[in-house]
Design a protein around this ligand. Structure first.
Ligand SMILES: Nc1ncnc2c1ncn2[C@@H]1O[C@H](COP(=O)(O)OP(=O)(O)OP(=O)(O)O)[C@@H](O)[C@H]1O
Length: 635
């Protein structure tokens, strides 16, 4: 068949049929073969041996008929039959070894590519993941590589077919040029419709894969816990079902077409084989009667022909196979070519692992989120965007922010929703880099620090803390793989979550569900704080949970926070009155800049935005600890 067992998913929507392979892809693909040079050489030698056996067997059979049967020589018949059997055994062995070597090369190349793609994607900036559809990315990293591997193996096997076809054709001419010419003339007549069917088949297979990947993406999005919840709360089940059924129907229809085309290709080949056999017996039979050659030659010709069509079929699939390899490789190369925007500078310095907490300094920081075309691939995004939109500059989110968080102190960020608070905190851990200006830790620009020391120094607890689908123990150990049992328990105690864990039947071995969903919001955040305490960073960036917590978990989170912030330099997006009041400094962020700064009392005295917010939002509503500041709604 022309296409690999899968098809190829090609950039964006409907352009599967017009996939263009970028220049240089073939050269880059070949480079992946370099480590397998010896295997390829062995493959070539064994392929030639196999092809020689393929053409030797008909000659032996010819000898059995002409020199054994027709001459009544039983000993010759037995000797030659034994030789044929021996060759058959060697051929089977050669085929086995060939498929093993080709499998090893194909699997090896796809392993190398898969690992490289994984390592690369891991280094891509957060911005890439904010735009990319996970289902499509996973298909790119897995399905494409599997398709490439299958097609790769197919191309290698086709190469053996090429040697066989040449030798078989030569032998056909040697035995009878007339039969050879007539039968070989038949081949092009059939190849034209065969190639046409093959191309259509490949095209439909690609489309089929694309549709299947779309369906997989849909399931991925809808049937994870949060997607399922949204669907249940807002979804229209009847419409969702109809949409799903419609997509599935398209796959069904294209599946039928693929089956028909696949069968058609097979039928064309079988017809060609039957007609060629008729020609051999018709023309060859006449030549035997004329005395041009003996019966043994006719037998040899018939057997040779039988051995010609398999390799021809394989050969004609070679081009499509090679194309599949290139398209799939190209799609992975496209991913590999995305530059990781945030990289470690050569000669980056490491902050010392121990010592006093560093201060944080923002100096005239300006920031806009990177454009889509700078960080992501259109084909991996949920919806293909117009080129213009992808290249549009995003608005500036931070416009000259400057402040300092002295070492060992807490700075609270408050301000309206969308003011840029979260963005600001992202710059400390280098989830993003400023467009201009600098963020410094202990006097060093964070861009001059090693990733390792930055990760060690800065600990982040986000509002919706993410937990892997694994045990509590493994989730905690992610922060410090060598943590002892005692350290795990201590961290949980300090984070006020130990009582909860202890009461679970499996304790630390409890598996937290997809996205840690089996835990309440407050529990999750306390677990995230325990994780932070285990890591024990000297700088903490924290986004307080706004989720409604009952007063008990609120108080527990509060106590956990006290532990988390103790003797650390902290930047906190504060939603709780207690955090705001106790902060050493409050920054009121509005419209991408620092509008006011000071302590709670100073800002109240100043009578500005903070005071207005405090009086309208808080004073009237009491001052309980669990009262969220709720500045967000005041814009
Ligand atoms: N990944 C992103 N890509 C593009 N723009 C973004 C991205 N994340 C946030 N923004 C935009 O940046 C601005 C600041 O967002 P940010 O999340 O920093 O605000 P915030 O003050 O933390 O708000 P909130 O309190 O509601 O979380 C908003 O206008 C937002 O739409």
């Amino acid at each position: 068949m022309t296409a690999g067992p899968g098809g190829v998913m090609v950039r964006g929507g409907d352009d599967a049929e017009t996939a263009r392979i970028r220049p240089g892809t073939a050269r880059r693909t070949l480079a992946y073969l370099r480590p397998y040079g010896r295997s390829i050489a062995a493959f070539g030698v064994i392929a030639v041996v196999e092809a020689v056996i393929v053409v030797a067997t008909p000659l032996l059979l010819k000898a059995i008929v002409d020199d054994g049967i027709l001459k009544n020589d039983l000993a010759a018949v037995a000797r030659l039959a034994a030789a044929v059997a021996g060759l058959a055994l060697i051929e089977a062995l050669a085929q086995l070894v060939l498929s093993r070597i080709s499998g090893r090369i194909g699997q090896g190349v796809s392993h190398d590519l898969r690992v490289q793609a994984h390592d690369h994607v891991q280094r891509l900036p957060l911005a890439f993941f904010t735009r990319t559809q996970t289902g499509v990315l996973s298909s790119r990293m897995h399905t494409d590589i599997v398709v490439a591997q299958h097609a790769f193996t197919q191309v290698l096997m086709s190469a053996t077919a090429a040697v066989t076809v040449v030798l078989v054709a030569a032998e056909l001419f040697y035995l009878s040029w007339l039969v050879a010419v007539v039968t070989l003339l038949l081949i092009p007549i059939f190849m034209v419709p065969w190639a046409y069917v093959g191309r259509r088949l490949q095209r439909h297979q690609r489309r089929q894969m694309e549709l299947q990947s779309g369906l997989a993406g849909l399931i991925h999005e809808r049937f994870n816990v949060q997607g399922a919840m949204l669907t249940k709360l807002f979804g229209r089940p009847a419409e969702e079902s109809a949409d799903y059924a419609d997509r599935s129907e398209r796959i069904r229809r294209i599946g039928v077409t693929v089956t028909v085309y696949g069968r058609l290709a097979f039928i064309i080949m079988a017809l060609l084989a039957s007609l060629a056999t008729a020609v051999v017996y018709g023309v060859g039979g006449g030549l035997v009667l004329d005395g041009a050659f003996q019966l043994g030659t006719l037998v040899a010709l018939a057997i040779l022909l039988g051995r010609l069509f398999g390799p021809i079929t394989q050969l004609s699939g070679m081009q499509a196979g090679a194309l599949n390899v290139l398209v799939s490789f190209d799609r992975v190369f496209e991913l590999l070519d995305l530059k990781p925007l945030i990289t470690e500078r050569p000669g980056a310095i490491a902050l010392p692992p121990s010592g006093p907490a560093p201060d944080i300094e923002f100096e005239d920081v300006r920031f806009r989120y990177p454009r889509a075309d700078e960080v992501s691939l259109e084909s991996l995004e949920a919806n293909a965007h117009a080129v213009a939109e992808r290249a549009d500059d995003s608005p500036e989110v931070l416009r000259g922010v400057g402040f300092r968080v002295p070492a060992g102190t807490v700075t609270a960020l408050v301000g309206p929703s969308g003011a840029g608070k979260t963005t600001l905190t992202h710059l400390v851990s280098r989830l993003y880099d400023p467009t201009s200006g600098a963020v410094r830790l202990g006097g060093h620009d964070v861009r001059d620090l090693t990733f390792e020391s930055l990760r060690r120094t800065v600990g982040v607890v986000s509002q919706d803390s993410y937990l892997f689908h694994d045990t509590i123990r493994e989730n905690l150990r992610y922060a410090r793989p060598d943590a002892t049992e005692q350290e795990l328990v201590e961290a949980c105690e300090r984070a006020q979550i130990w009582d909860v864990i202890r009461s679970l039947p499996r304790g630390l071995d409890t598996v937290v569900g997809d996205r840690g969903y089996r835990m309440s919001g407050g529990e999750k955040q306390r677990l995230a704080i325990a994780r932070l305490l285990l890591k024990s960073p000297s700088v903490v960036v924290l986004d307080e949970a706004t989720a409604h917590l009952d007063s008990e978990s609120e108080a527990a989170v509060q106590r956990a926070l006290v532990a988390a912030l103790q003797s650390r330099t902290a930047l906190v997006i504060a939603h709780r009155l207690s955090t705001v009041r106790e902060a050493d400094q409050i920054l009121v962020i509005d419209d991408g800049g620092v509008r006011e700064r000071g302590t709670h009392e100073e800002l109240l005295r100043a009578g500005g935005l903070y005071a207005a917010l405090y009086h309208t939002q808080l004073n009237g509503n009491g001052s309980a600890n669990h009262q969220a500041v709720a500045f967000e709604e005041t814009r």
